[in-house]
Design a binder for this molecule. Structure first.
Ligand code: ARG
Ligand code: MN
Ligand code: MN
Length: 322
């Protein structure tokens, strides 16, 4: 099939340039294995599919970055956070990698890794959108979890449960704020953030969502209105003249389709609903970046291949496959 990409992107330099960043990092949580996801996704043929089926010009350095040289010798807990120095160093570096692609007008695809890496990816695209277009960027966060704990509200201390709090500035209320490298032009507004798929939100997170008027569509909303109406409402909230970064946690899908992930929660999206979300965001022409995170091929012997396949499907749908 030729030229399957029919949507003209509004905020990219053209419709085929794609920067790929593979991030083999698992320090935002405690289970090993999520660092192997980029290789599993690539080995399943993802890059060839992007080039041959979807006709992208893929810019990829051929490496899964593990950032070994950035790993601190010791990394004691800080304000209850686990591995604070490692996550801080990796996300700072990743932010630059993503920014380098985005400032050239490329779509940026980042394969994680756990969800803490979104501190790097979203700050990188937000900075590029501010610079290139003088525009604030919206984020659609598809996840069973809100990942908006501050170090103080988190029960686990895992930073993959906190990225949104740092990206919106909600966790930077203290002078000794971690991720002090984040500048205003790398942050996003809580008003431009939309969640889809929530079903396991901590008590402190619920208060943060309420107090800041953050738009969220839970599984309850999806059951009530259907995914079609939810996407209309989500995209209506963002509007048509705002670049969108889609951050997709594979645990948004029900464990039936994506069992091999660190914090699986039952009652999630079907694979078709996940693909539909990705297709709808692609159709806006406003999508500038995608993260696919939390695939952990080592957790479930049987379910790993299926989870990788689901991840590939979400990426393809976000990039114009129909
Ligand atoms: N990216 C994820 N899978 N996050 C899960 C977070 C779980 C829990 N809310 C925590 O803060 O620890
Ligand atoms: Mn999650
Ligand atoms: Mn997440």
């Amino acid at each position: 099939m030729d030229a399957p990409i029919t949507i003209q992107p509004k905020f990219l330099s053209n419709k085929t340039e794609l920067g790929l960043v593979a991030v083999g990092f698992s320090g935002g949580q405690c289970k090993p294995g999520v660092d192997a996801a980029p290789m599993a996704l690539i080995e399943s043929g993802l890059v060839e599919q992007l080039k041959d089926d979807l006709k992208y010009d893929v810019h990829y350095d051929g490496q899964v970055h593990a950032y070994g040289d950035l790993m601190p010798k010791t990394d004691p807990d800080y304000r209850g956070m686990k591995n604070p120095k490692a996550v801080c160093a990796v996300t700072k570096q990743l932010s630059n990698q993503v920014y380098e692609h985005a400032k050239k007008g490329r779509f940026v695809l980042t394969l994680g890794g756990d969800h803490s890496i979104a501190i790097g990816t979203i700050s990188g695209t937000a900075k590029a959108m501010h610079e290139r277009l003088d525009r604030d960027m919206a984020v659609i966060w598809v996840d069973a979890h809100a990942d908006i704990n501050t170090p103080e509200t988190s029960d686990s201390g895992n930073i993959h449960g906190m990225p949104v709090a740092f990206l919106t500035g909600l966790a930077n209320d203290k002078p000794d704020a971690p991720f002090g490298w984040l500048n205003d032009d790398q942050r996003i507004s809580p008003k431009k953030l939309v969640y889809i798929g929530l079903r396991d939100v901590d008590r402190g997170e619920k208060k943060i969502l309420r107090d800041n008027g953050i738009k969220a569509f839970s599984m309850h909303d999806i059951d009530r209105y259907g995914i079609g109406k939810v996407m209309d409402m989500a995209l209506g909230w963002i509007g048509s003249d705002t670049p969108i970064h889609l951050s997709f946690d594979i645990d948004a899908l029900d464990p039936m389709w994506a069992p091999s992930t660190g914090t699986a929660v039952r009652g999630g999206l079907t694979l078709r609903e996940g693909d539909f979300i990705a297709e709808c965001v692609h159709e806006t022409g406003s999508l500038v970046a995608l993260d696919l995170v939390e695939v952990n091929p080592s957790l479930e012997e049987q379910g790993a291949a299926e989870t990788v396949r689901a991840g590939v499907s979400i990426v393809r749908s976000s990039l114009g496959d129909t």
